[in-house]
Design a protein around this ligand. Structure first.
Ligand code: IMP
Ligand code: MG
Length: 182
């Protein structure tokens, strides 16, 4: 196990079972749509999750990415969301956008992105998150697809970082508080 990890919260096997369940739910809900289903990967944290999820879907999908930032410090959300890489798609009215997130924390990022993509004219906008920390909400937000609720701990791995590190870990682990001075 990585030296910075206090303990593994969600193992590779558990992540695999969660993504399989989510893919089945998404397949069921979108199989009769005549629109283009766009998985919108929120960079960089959702890269690994999006890649695994898309392989388990049977409905045809397209992939797009946006990059946003909301973090003031490494572990606390600043509240305002900035677009660092925008979505350029003139055909959004023909698209059902499913935003793929690694984790919902304050709710700021997905609230912002949902409103933004609706305002840009997407036929529909839904959200799918692997992890959810409902105890940390600053704005009311409910994802349409949720992998698993987790307690208020800072987690790393499977795409999630602390200061750009640990994204490549194949499991989700709790970061040792001494690593971020906690
Ligand atoms: P929100 O806008 O506060 O909901 O935060 C969402 C973003 O914060 C996620 O996409 C992550 O990039 C980041 N984040 C929140 N909690 C954690 C965590 O425990 N580990 C790593 N990143 C986190
Ligand atoms: Mg993220």
């Amino acid at each position: 196990m990585n030296q910075a990890v206090e303990r593994i919260l969600i193992s590779q096997e558990e992540i695999d079972a969660i993504t399989t369940r989510l893919a089945a739910e998404i397949d069921r809900d979108y199989k009769d749509s005549d629109k283009r289903l766009v998985l919108l990967c929120v960079l960089k944290g959702s890269l690994v999750f999006t890649g695994d999820l898309m392989k388990k879907l049977t409905v045809p999908v397209e992939i797009d990415c946006m990059k946003v930032s909301s973090y003031g410090s490494s572990t606390e959300s600043s509240g305002s969301v900035h677009i660092q890489l925008d979505l350029v798609r003139p055909d959004l009215p023909d698209c059902d956008v499913l935003i793929i997130e690694d984790i919902v924390d304050s709710g700021n990022t997905l609230t912002f992105l949902t409103n933004y993509l609706k305002a840009k004219g997407a036929n529909s906008v839904k959200t799918c998150t692997l992890l959810d920390k409902p105890s940390r909400r600053r704005v009311p937000f409910e994802p349409d697809y949720r992998g698993v609720e987790i307690p208020d701990e800072f987690v790393i791995g499977y795409g999630l970082d602390y200061d750009e590190r640990f994204r490549a870990l194949p499991y989700i682990g709790i970061l040792k508080p001494e690593v971020y001075g906690g």
